[in-house]
Ligand binder design. Structure first.
Ligand code: FES
Length: 197
């Protein structure tokens, strides 16, 4: 399964300078207050998350080195964490990081059809990034919203109760930079039974 979060190599083609933004510097100060002063390395995951968000959704070598320096730990230990968790992308991704759930409940409800739609509309193979860099499309295992299968995640948001038609529209709207509704695409609240609305 090709996924930028399961790539164990450091991406070498792009490695821009990385300094913490003012906002993130303040956030780090607050995060570190939660840990004993001799255990600040325990904050490596929240700091990697901040670095990834600041770096357009992926971790460059310089960004991981900055995390290591901030936490007074060796770069290799930061890299070990970044390569272990698939939530950390080790290569650049598109503006919309589309994760299609393909585990059994979503698969039974048509996730394969969603993958086909994504390949067509985003114009990339699964695991790839579109030429216009608007989309990276990957398949993932259960995202924990099986009641509203099939579902996908784009960046931080879930989109549920999908079918080929509403998913195609969702992707086309994102491609055209239009506002889209997050959550259920058929209007149900939470996971209430479909028959009640
Ligand atoms: S199987 Fe897709 S969210 Fe659980």
């Amino acid at each position: 399964m090709k996924h930028p979060g399961t790539n164990n190599k450091v991406f070498k083609k792009i490695n821009n300078k990385f300094e913490w933004s003012k906002d993130n510097f303040e956030k780090i100060t607050n995060i570190l207050k939660k840990y004993p002063s001799n255990k600040i390395q325990s904050a490596v995951i929240p700091l990697l998350d901040l670095a990834q968000r600041q770096n357009k959704g992926w971790l460059s070598k310089n960004s991981m080195e900055r995390v290591a320096e901030t936490l007074s730990m060796s770069y290799i230990r930061v890299l070990e964490v970044a390569t272990f968790y698939s939530m950390f992308n080790l290569e650049p991704i598109g503006k919309n990081f589309v994760q299609i759930c393909r585990t059994t409940p979503c698969w039974l409800r048509g996730s394969e059809k969603l993958s086909k739609v994504a390949r067509e509309v985003c114009d990339t193979e699964i695991g790839g990034t579109s030429e216009d860099e608007k989309f990276t499309v990957v398949e993932v295992e259960c995202l924990g919203a099986c009641c509203n299968a099939p579902m996908i995640q784009i960046n931080d948001d879930y989109y549920e109760d999908l079918d080929e038609k509403n998913f195609r529209k969702l992707l086309i709207d994102l491609k055209n930079n239009k506002k889209v509704n997050i959550g259920s695409q058929i209007g149900r609240k939470s996971s209430q039974p479909e028959r009640e609305f």
